[in-house]
Design a protein around this ligand. Structure first.
Ligand SMILES: NC(=O)c1ccc[n+]([C@@H]2O[C@H](COP(=O)([O-])OP(=O)(O)OC[C@H]3O[C@@H](n4cnc5c(N)ncnc54)[C@H](OP(=O)(O)O)[C@@H]3O)[C@@H](O)[C@H]2O)c1
Length: 311
């Protein structure tokens, strides 16, 4: 792919979008646009999206904007997650079709699109095969609709839209608001608080559920590779291929922080799904060198980048 191609990143102020911008710059891309709400580009406003495609006609678009949140935000704002995530991708793909049909689109869904019950690891064929987890149904339905939009606009209008399904991400520029964050960001923030001022460490549930966590730069590299090399309607998981229990993540953080204090568990809080691990064999068949970094390494990078903590 030509590095002078006009490349737009929607959601470039977010965790994944900012990582894609950093990785594109590292790879020598020199014509990157990153429009955002700060400068009047609102993906919920159809006109704003249409004007962008009409004026810019980018070669590639990474559509990684979205309303994103942890279990609490997802569960209490299901309608907002459904509406905003649906409208953003529909506005993008319809405007792209009308004003810039040669643009290639990479859309990020999420592994939340898969049914609540799955054989592990979860492969791409599980999409639309069973009932969804209730606590993030609004988000999951919207994300699934985005996938179908990519496939149908390809089928009917020949739009080159591809869709990637990242697993749980962590990394620089994450959201550390304890009320609204994902598990890893919340864990990092709690350890930083305990490290800095001795705040008590309390975690939800039993610690037994197993989760995947992918460093965001590894996800961004895979997204860029897919943009450069993949042109099919089938969705592609972007995960790590292995998982840890919540307790194991906490043990790694304890080691990194050299934390010897007590850890408490609030068993009144739910565990959520017991296990959710993605099958990344399809991604590996497309990108044989894909090798996400181990959690301990990623954790040290996040602490340095977002908290100035070198441990
Ligand atoms: N984080 C994860 O663990 C995870 C896992 C799987 C999939 N994903 C997917 O990966 C993508 C990126 O997630 P992330 O964690 O990087 O999210 P994030 O940090 O919350 O960033 C979201 C981005 O979307 C932008 N945005 C939201 N509403 C917008 C609107 N109306 N108009 C224009 N821009 C808008 C935000 O811009 P502002 O600065 O204006 O708010 C921000 O740049 C999303 O599609 C998400 O569903 C994330």
């Amino acid at each position: 792919m030509n590095k002078n191609n006009k490349t737009a990143v929607f959601g470039g102020t977010g965790m994944l979008g900012s990582s894609i911008v950093r990785q594109l710059e590292k790879k020598g891309y020199d014509n990157i646009l990153s429009p955002s709400r700060k400068n009047g580009f609102d993906l919920l406003v159809k006109k704003s999206v249409e004007e962008f495609f009409e004026n810019e006609k980018p070669d590639n678009v990474y559509m990684v904007a979205g309303l994103v949140g942890g279990i609490l935000a997802n569960n209490t704002r299901q309608a907002d997650f459904l509406y905003q995530n649906s409208m953003m991708i529909l506005n993008v793909i319809e405007a792209l079709k009308n004003f810039s049909p040669e643009t290639k689109l990479l859309y990020t869904g999420s592994t939340c699109i898969y049914p609540r019950e799955n054989p592990q690891p979860i492969n791409e064929n599980r999409f639309m095969t069973g009932p969804l987890e209730e606590t993030n149904k609004g988000y999951a339905v919207a994300k699934g609709m985005g996938i179908i939009a990519c496939q149908l606009y390809r089928q009917q209008y020949g739009i080159n839209a591809i869709a990637a399904m990242p697993t749980n991400l962590y990394g620089p520029n994450d959201n550390y608001d304890l009320k609204n964050s994902h598990f890893i960001a919340a864990m990092v923030q709690k350890f930083v608080n305990a490290h800095r001022d001795g705040t008590e460490l309390v975690f939800w549930g039993s610690g037994r559920p197993r989760r995947e966590a992918l460093f965001v730069d590894d996800c961004a590299d895979a997204c860029i590779y897919l943009m450069e090399n993949y042109n099919k309607p089938e969705i592609v998981n972007i995960g790590t291929g292995y998982d840890h229990s919540i307790k194991e993540y906490i043990e790694i953080a304890q080691k990194v922080f050299e934390y010897t204090g007590e850890i408490k568990w609030d068993s009144s809080k739910p565990d959520g799904m017991y296990e959710k691990r993605t099958d990344i064999s399809y991604l590996k068949s497309i990108m044989p060198d894909y090798k996400p970094r181990p959690f301990e390494e990623g954790l040290r990078e996040v602490l340095k980048a977002d908290f100035g903590v070198e441990v």
